[in-house]
Design a protein around this ligand. Structure first.
Ligand code: GLU
Length: 367
């Protein structure tokens, strides 16, 4: 009896101690959206599987070591393959992220996500959240049922990254394959490899080793009030692009992307003019160059009040202002380092504030 009494007192004390330890750990909140990290297939060796099958609780159960680095809670926002990501889901997700930030109850947020559009969601969130706490997107290239599934280690590394004070003030991050990337420059570069994510212009921000995140540098644009760079004799030092407040937003203006190629015809743009798109991003060749078959359609679009952004199908470098195309003359906007899919996002958000092309160019100069 005495033994039993002592045993139960001991267990209560241990429980209190464990609870206190858990409370001292950073709090990381997981928002799950689906993707391969939540995918399951019938074979451990073949690549056919369905994304978005496994719920967040099951993912966390597979990585008990996470409980040593953070006190983790989570919820399922959606459970989709990220090829089906939409502006509507972005708005729901971003509003939930902003609620968590405002609650001041979490030290970091992890978002599990399919890899196909992860870079877009990361960039969208980076423009609509204003916080120092780490917001980390993570996914996997192999489903949870595959040999050497990369999801568990990626999830562990993402929680490590989100829980670390070293990650504060670095904006929205993508954590994949042992590395950490900034939202503006990261892109998916390989259809199947686990080392698919790269930041081709700026490189990774850091890496994770033995449960710790190490940084090489901060993302250029985060935490800076002014962005100074000289381009062809002009000093760009305007105030950086503001965060876009999405509180009252129910939808985003319609912006589409037209892709440039040899022999392309104006039809690629006509559909968007006819359907009253508010903006068109042209994924041009080279430095955002536009085929002579399409140029008149884009001029027409601009005359109809549509904002035209020149970006490039080339994976590295920037689409620079007034290069082979005289942007000032045609009232076109140059996307600088944003690839077409990210240029679309900044243009949608910019259009919620203004339809003045010069102001929108400033947003692109300083995003
Ligand atoms: N297409 C799916 C998605 O993006 C699976 C790809 C992945 O997550 O790697 O969600």
């Amino acid at each position: 009896m005495n033994f039993l009494k002592r045993f139960s007192v001991l267990s209560v004390m241990m429980l209190v101690a464990v609870t206190m330890m858990a409370q001292e750990l950073p709090k990381v909140y997981i928002l799950a959206t689906g993707g391969t990290i939540a995918g399951s297939g019938s074979s451990a060796t073949k690549s056919n599987y369905s994304a978005g099958q496994v719920a967040i609780g099951t993912l966390l159960d597979a990585v008990p070591a996470i409980n040593d680095v953070a006190y983790v809670e989570g919820e399922q926002v959606v459970n989709i393959g990220s090829q089906d990501m939409s502006d509507d889901v972005w708005l729901v997700l971003a509003k939930r992220v902003n609620e968590l930030i405002a609650s001041q109850k979490v030290n970091g947020i992890v978002i599990t996500h399919g890899t196909d559009t992860m870079e877009e969601t990361a960039f969208f969130l980076s423009l609509v959240t204003d916080s120092n706490i780490p917001i980390v997107l993570v996914g996997a290239m192999r489903p949870s049922t595959a040999i050497s599934a990369d999801g568990p280690v990626n999830l562990y590394n993402a929680v490590v990254t989100a829980a670390s004070p070293a990650s504060m003030g670095r904006g929205v991050l993508v954590c994949m394959n042992g590395k950490v990337y900034g939202a503006a420059d990261v892109t998916k570069t390989n259809t199947t490899s686990v080392e698919t994510f790269q930041s081709p212009n700026s490189g990774a921000l850091g890496y994770i080793h033995n449960g710790e995140v190490f940084y090489y540098h901060a993302p250029d644009r985060v935490g800076r009030k002014f962005v100074d760079h000289v381009h062809e004799g002009t000093l760009f030092n305007e105030v950086r692009t503001p965060y876009f407040n999405i509180d009252g937003l129910k939808s985003l203006p319609k912006v589409g992307i037209a892709y440039g190629y040899s022999s392309v015809e104006g039809d690629v743009v006509d559909m968007m003019i006819d359907k009253h798109y508010k903006g068109i991003v042209y994924a041009g060749v080279g430095n955002g160059n536009i085929h002579k078959n399409v140029f008149p359609e884009l001029e027409k679009a601009r005359k109809d009040g549509i904002i035209v952004v020149r970006s490039s199908r080339v994976p590295t470098g920037a689409t620079t202002l007034d290069a082979e195309v005289d942007d000032n003359k045609y009232e076109f906007v140059a996307s600088w380092g944003l690839n077409p899919q990210k240029a679309r996002i900044l243009l949608m958000l910019a259009l919620t504030k203004t339809d003045d092309w010069k102001t929108i160019q400033k947003y692109f100069n300083n995003y």
